[in-house]
Design a protein around this ligand. Structure first.
Ligand code: MG
Length: 270
């Protein structure tokens, strides 16, 4: 009986598969074309051409085209000026230090700065440096941060021989995700962050229906792997999930003479 049932089920599944119609492979827009695999068609390809697609053709991007930034990137800071930035607290001009070496440094207690432009999902590159002459400990040693959409912080901190709570250390998504590794260069040298951020999605009623995600590569080392963000990243309290749209990229003045510097900041909209 069991055998008969198995055969019957197999025949039923086989006949179902035979009826599936395969959608034609045509490119409508820039959405990546899905290859239709055998589990959808029920038919195993016999020629290599059956699993090859030729459209859509990805756009050509020149890497390192603009002082290291890709040709389609928006350069947010190249060392020349603060044209892309404003004070986060009152939208006035930036008071941070513009240095002769093409970097900027937090001006203590002048407040956070943020981009004039708002962004959704992005690929973001930035470089940052903590001072070589070390001051203080824990969260008060060269603390800054980069905030996606102004509210989701990837921590910047001098953690070299300086332990703190691990969900607040360098490379953490603040108070949410411990980094997978500690990958800082020595204090006084330039670190790089390459961040892939996918914004959260809210429905018309303002309820979050898909969490945002953050991937962080710190000096070439993966430290956040498509981490699902739970909401905002407050110092005190749980993450919040008020509906929002695009937001600025914000850099933190932690308010304790962090002296953190930044350079080479660019972004690609996803
Ligand atoms: Mg911080």
């Amino acid at each position: 009986m069991k055998y008969v049932f198995t055969v019957f089920l197999g025949l039923a599944l086989f006949s179902c598969k035979e009826k599936v119609e395969v959608a034609p492979l045509e490119a409508k827009d820039n959405t990546p074309q899905e290859i239709v695999y055998e589990e959808y068609t029920g038919v195993e390809p016999t020629k290599p051409e059956e699993t090859e697609v030729y459209e859509p053709v990805p756009p050509t991007v020149q890497p390192y085209a603009n002082n290291g930034a890709p040709s389609d990137a928006i350069v947010l800071f190249d060392g020349k000026n603060f044209d892309q930035w404003i004070s986060a607290k009152d939208s006035t001009s930036v008071a941070w230090h513009l240095n002769k070496d093409g970097s900027m440094t937090v001006k203590d207690r002048s407040g956070d700065i943020q981009t004039k432009q708002n962004f959704g999902s992005v690929q973001l590159h930035l470089e940052w440096k903590s001072p070589a002459d070390i001051q203080r400990e824990g969260q008060n040693r060269a603390n800054s941060g980069v905030f996606l959409q102004g509210i989701y912080e990837v921590q910047i901190l001098d953690n070299n021989n300086n332990d703190t709570y691990v969900n607040g250390q360098v490379g953490s998504i603040y108070k949410q995700h411990v980094p997978l590794a500690k990958a800082s260069v020595p204090s006084g040298e330039w670190n790089s962050y390459d961040i892939i951020f996918h914004e959260p999605v809210f429905n018309d009623e303002g309820k979050k229906i898909r969490s945002g995600t953050i991937t962080v590569i710190h000096n070439g080392v993966l430290v956040q792997d498509h981490a699902e963000i739970k909401g905002t990243t407050p110092y005190i309290g749980w993450p919040k999930n008020e509906a929002h749209g695009k937001g600025p990229i914000k850099l933190q003045d932690h308010g304790d003479n962090s002296r953190v510097s930044f350079r080479n900041i660019w972004v690609r909209e996803l």
